[in-house]
Design a protein around this ligand. Sequence first.
Ligand SMILES: [Zn+2]
Length: 204
Amino acid sequence: MEPFVLNHAPGTGWIEVVCGSMFSGKTEELIRRLKRARIARQRVEIFKPAVDTRYAEADVVSHDESSIPCTPLDTPHQILLHAASADVIGIDEAQFFSSDLVVVCTELARSGKRVIVAGLDQDFLGQPFEPIPGLMAVAEFVTKLHAICVVCGAPANHSQRVVAGGDRLLLGSGDAYEPRCRAHFHPHAQLPAHHAERQTSDVK
Ligand SMILES: [Zn+2]
């Protein structure tokens, strides 16, 4: 759902935020928007924080392995150096950038660029995960995606950590987190994975 791109004055930029829990398809949605811009021969640049090395170093890679090349950067301000000739700028895993990202995205949009930012809006305790909440406030368009709760099948707005540890930056895809709805999200409990028991018995 993209209400934009219909009527806007040439040279006018804006910010889109794609947020939600883990497994909600944020990166897939970012890639979909960027690929369509490329088909229209718009110049696209994609960035992610260098801390995110779960998959290929220089690719934005989603869980379904649909990927596009991108540039890993240490700080948001480096985006300004790399994005000068771009029409459209994609930023993935934006929760791992500092809050300077809000200022940087605002500057990019003001200079006429379409800025699409994807990231987690909450940490594993269910707390707002800056800089995404700040970006949602200044963005023209916000898309909130949901996963499916592994316990009951309801829309899942939370990422339940199912391994021990208190590091907010713990990165995980399949093993460390599960999507959970509000009723089945227990941020301060160290739960075993919901399907762990069943999977173990399947192996026997
Ligand atoms: Zn549930």
